[in-house]
Ligand binder design. Structure first.
Ligand code: GLN
Ligand code: ZN
Length: 756
């Protein structure tokens, strides 16, 4: 009997083995056979881990060389024309990364996670054709090890919802073309064994977008279930509840429904219906998106609630989503504080949790070892609650007593004072903060971190860089300067490292896209700021010029959204704590002569919940924490914010209420189309729409930038506009940055001189 499973397992390797092999292959240092061998070795290792941890139903096809949505495009033969004469791995990696003749396919975030998938490009004219070899091979590879797996697929409705069509029309219209291929595939799969489990992921139904597709759901899955009685289909959703879809699925012959009870506790409302249909419930109760040790007692009580409705025999214990979103293992964490480490659980530790939960829940007589594990789990969860590492009375008191929600003066009052003090011209030129991260500064940071150079030589290197960037900006003729952020490896990590309550792993890599991994920091305790974080650098930069240098901070919402967050406090409260630290930093900066301060909120929008019903709550705390963060700014201190996207249509009112004096945004690729919303709502504050795209090495010409500025001027008046690139310049080279910014300044000067 199957008692437990996991939705999916990470594939990059606990030492990022796949990443390393891929990069060797791309550099032509190993051939494809070699890469394939490495992949097989990793897959086998991962299956065995799961098996040895006591997982009953293990997945195949959760492996991928780059991305599993891309794999699905290959499976369906959905190959954009520009790649048509390529084959096999050459085709696959060209689609992912481009080659000298064809640009890569677009990449975007997988729901509200930091995993990026390759966006399918579909066309009504394309002939789709099934290519099931990867699925078949992986199934056989596992079977040879004696493991009968479930085959993971991305469902057709989710696949189409995430795709784009080259004629811009709705991809769902292509269901008729895609569905027969799924049917053909399922037919083939039914021949693999007497009984084969197929997990079909349809997370689109955990979003509001799914409601439009409900009418297609029944038909699709009715048909899939008709193919063969040997196929057992588990339709799985995650990241929120999918109650509307469950209502439909209970009337289809699917074998099981997989639900997320961590991010979608509302799924409890569907239990009665599921029970009536006598289907299996794959209950996602172990968090696949966070890194905290499961509280077994709490989870068992959740499972008991579930079993008030559903017969135990019909329950399979699972993770809330694929473990792809957490790091592999705590095994290599040697530097973590012992107590803090005991609170954590990465993918492999979560396997153990799934297994022990199913023992507690299903088996009455537990072994002595199991009893010990349970006892220890209880002790650790208790001790975490009371640990003095978590509680900071001063922070807690400040949150309770000193809440200040906004700045004292209105925007109109502030801007008068600021314009008088700062004396900046119309169409003021500036940049978003970072300048090229050269080999040299990366090396200096690394060597300093590893104690290979001392503090003063490190600081000298940084100062040299700041000197250079100030000099360059003056030469170019920019109006408001920045220090260039050489001391920062990452806009969140830099602040996390200096805040109390933040932890860092050594090996906690999580796949972001392809071979790229990130190592998000984690918040375990109350946040406080032992000392100023940016003042020395900013003061130094300001001392080097008579122009105004803009200070650079990351906002509380972004710091929170790009970290693993403690699960014992509401996010809103954690965000307020970070906000307080940022507001102290702002105060220190303004007391030290910094007149403009930018508070970046790059991740503000991606934090939005998948469900509209949860938006209001998010918007409330996100907005409040931003406002709290900047509430210490005096009227004369100009507050900027920056967001790296352009489509503000649905959140413009929230953006307006953030009440930043100036906001810089990405618009270069859309002309002035996306700026229009600011005019439409009568936005009063100043706006810096990016005038050129920084994602490419191309140097924009003066004419091009001039044209872009003129487009912007059709929408907003000169006095409201700032002129800057789309985003930070850290990924570019100086050879690209200098001429681009020169052209930007020339373009502005030309327009300033024109009599209008
Ligand atoms: N100030 C940051 C930079 O320039 C902003 C980065 C971002 O928006 N992602 O790099
Ligand atoms: Zn940006």
């Amino acid at each position: 009997m199957i008692k437990n499973t996991v939705v999916g397992y990470p594939r990059i390797g606990e030492q990022r083995e796949l990443k390393k092999a891929l990069e060797l292959f791309w550099n032509k240092e190993i051939d494809f056979n070699h890469l394939e061998e490495k992949a097989i070795e990793l897959k086998q290792r991962h299956w065995n881990y799961q098996k040895n941890s006591g997982i009953d139903l293990i997945s195949t096809n959760d492996f991928s060389y780059y991305d599993n949505v891309l794999d699905t495009s290959i499976l369906l033969g959905a190959i954009p024309k520009r790649f048509k004469d390529l084959e096999n791995e050459e085709l696959y990696f060209a689609m992912a990364r481009g080659n000298k003749n064809a640009v890569a396919m677009e990449m975007t975030k997988w729901f509200n996670t930091n995993y990026h998938y390759i966006v399918p490009e579909l066309s009504i004219e394309d002939e789709y054709k099934l290519n099931s070899s990867k699925i078949r091979k992986e199934y056989q590879e596992a079977k040879q090890l004696g493991i009968k797996t479930k085959i993971n697929l991305i469902g057709p409705l989710t696949y189409l919802s995430l795709a784009k069509r080259i004629d811009g029309k709705d991809c769902i219209e292509l269901l008729n073309k895609i569905k027969p291929l799924y049917v053909e595939l399922l037919k083939e799969i039914s021949t693999y064994d007497d009984e084969v489990f197929v997990q079909i992921d349809e997370p689109i139904f955990a979003t509001d977008k799914g409601t439009k597709l409900l009418s297609l759901l029944k038909n699709t899955y009715d048909d899939f279930c008709q193919i063969s009685s040997s196929i057992k289909i588990i339709v799985t959703t995650y990241f929120d509840h999918s109650n509307e879809a469950t209502k439909v699925l209970v009337h289809t012959p699917v074998y099981a429904i997989g639900l997320d009870f961590v991010s979608g506790i509302e799924n409890l409302q569907s239990l009665e219906l599921i029970e009536k249909s006598n289907k299996k419930l794959f209950a996602g109760v172990v968090n696949g998106r966070n890194i905290w040790k499961n509280d077994l007692k709490k989870t068992i009580s959740l499972l008991n609630t579930i079993s008030n409705f559903i017969k135990k025999d019909n329950i399979v214990i699972s993770t809330s989503c694929s473990l792809l979103h957490v790091p592999y293992t705590l095994k290599y964490e040697e530097k973590l504080d012992f107590e803090i480490k005991s609170w954590l659980s990465f993918a492999n530790e979560k396997l153990g949790e799934v297994s022990i939960l199913s023992k507690i829940f299903f088996i009455k007589n537990l072994s002595d070892i199991d009893k010990k594990v349970i006892k220890l789990n209880k002790e650790i969860n208790e001790s975490r609650k009371h640990s003095n590492k978590i509680h900071d009375i001063i922070t807690q008191d400040r949150i309770k007593n000193n809440f200040k929600f906004s700045r004292n003066e209105s925007f109109e009052e502030r801007i008068k004072v600021q314009k008088k003090l700062l004396q900046y011209p119309e169409l003021t030129t500036t940049t978003i903060g970072s300048f090229p991260q050269t080999q040299e500064i990366r090396k200096a940071r690394r060597e300093y971190k590893n104690n290979l150079i001392d503090k003063s030589s490190y600081e000298n290197k940084m100062k040299e860089y700041i000197d250079y960037s100030i000099k360059i900006q003056e030469e170019i003729g920019l109006d408001i300067l920045v220090h260039g952020e050489p001391e920062r490896n990452d806009m969140v990590e830099y602040f996390g490292e200096q805040l109390k309550g933040y932890g860092f792993s050594q090996n906690g890599w999580v796949q972001s896209y392809g071979s790229r991994c990130v190592k998000p920091p984690f918040i375990y305790g109350d946040i406080s700021r032992p000392k100023a974080m940016t003042v020395t650098w900013l003061k130094y930069a300001q001392s080097k010029t008579s122009k105004v240098v803009k200070g650079m901070l990351t906002g509380p919402v972004t710091i929170l959204n790009w970290s693993f967050v403690r699960d014992d406090k509401e996010k809103s409260e954690v965000a307020s704590q970070i906000a307080l630290a940022i507001s102290d930093e702002i105060d220190d900066l303004q007391k030290n002569g910094i007149k403009i301060i930018q508070v970046d909120e790059a991740a503000f929008k991606e934090g939005y919940p998948l469900r509209d019903e949860k938006r209001v709550t998010y918007e409330k705390w996100a907005l409040e924490s931003f406002k709290l963060a900047v509430s210490s700014a005096e009227a004369k201190t100009q507050i900027h914010t920056h967001m790296c996207y352009s489509n503000f249509n649905d959140i413009i009112k929230t953006i307006e209420s953030m009440d930043a004096d100036v906001i810089s945004i990405e618009t270069a690729r859309s002309g002035n189309k996306l700026l229009k919303i600011f005019a439409e709502v009568g936005y009063k504050q100043e706006v810096g729409p990016g005038v050129y795209d920084i994602h490419s090495p191309r140097i924009p010409s003066v004419e091009e930038i001039e044209k872009q500025i003129k487009l912007l001027l059709e929408v907003l008046p000169k006095k409201q506009l700032w002129i800057n690139p789309d985003c930070g310049l850290k990924t570019r080279k100086w050879e690209e940055v200098i001429p681009s910014l020169k052209n930007m300044v020339i373009a502005v000067n030309k327009i300033r001189q024109e009599k209008r």
